[in-house]
Design a protein around this ligand. Sequence first.
Ligand code: DAH
Length: 345
Amino acid sequence: MAAEIFEKVNQVLEEIETATPKTKEEVEQFRIRFVGSKNVIKPLFGNIKNVDNNRKKEFGQLVNKVKQAAESKFQELKDQVETAADAAEGQQLDLSAPSEPLDLGARHPISITMNRIIDIFQRIGFSVAEDREIEDDWHNFTAMNTPEDHPARDMQDTFYLKNSTEMLLRTHTSSVQARVMKNQKPPIRIIAPGRVYRNETISARAHCQFHQVEGLYVDENVSFADMKQTLMYFAKEMFGADTKIRLRPSYFPFTEPSAEMDVSCFICNAEGCNVCKYTGWVEILGCGMVDPAVFETCGIDSKKYTGFAFGMGIERQAMLRYRINDIRLLFENDTRFLGQFKSAL
Ligand code: DAH
């Protein structure tokens, strides 16, 4: 009896050792018979109960050896079949075929818009000044003539750093005006592009982070007419030669007088559409003559020098140009959205 049982195991072992499956299908047959979940080795373990006690150990070792032999042979066969398949595929490769074109990325619509604005101002002698996004209260507010009790300082609008009443995320790029004026002597002609932060509830129209481009021009005899001319040049370059501008009186703490500038709606040619709310105009920036108090705080002689400044939002311009109806799309980095700007100018 015992001999028979041993014999059966040895037969299986021999079968494994002499098997020569070649094709993928044959290897699969081998797997099913010796390695798969219903393999022929498993039931052999059960026969141990019919083996004499003094040979049980030997029997167990033998069946385990068969099991291992099956597994390692299968691994070997599998590797062989895969290598052969790879080689066959290699022979079918046409090495002279043209390669797949590289999938180029696209510039972000904010970058495209920002770069156009920078380019337009660089052509008339403005240079780029960039500065920190984590700013102190002085540069963001005090130097910009924004008094202590001004609502813009309210915790609700400004992100202060943890446990600080001094350090904050800049709420506008006007803070760069203060940085530049403290370090440079007039004539000053800079634009300051960058990211700004406000504690706004996020919606289709508002975000807690957005981008601005600030402008500052300081010299002797700089007039409101210079500002108007500069901004008109910008509007025509940015939105088309037929663009008209209009200035509406406004208020900013750091300029006096202050204005907001509208451009004629370039989507409907000022005929009226839902973008301009049927007014024919869209607001794009705030501007004004630098308040003498700002000059004095920043160490510039306000009797000798005058200047103008302006600040514009980028998101709004990009959204108008590319008809983007939700500001959140600009910050989600969904490649289905971004991929649409591959050929955008
Ligand atoms: N800092 C203003 C804002 O964020 C924009 C602005 C208005 C900037 C008038 C200026 C300016 O330089 O003169 O709303």
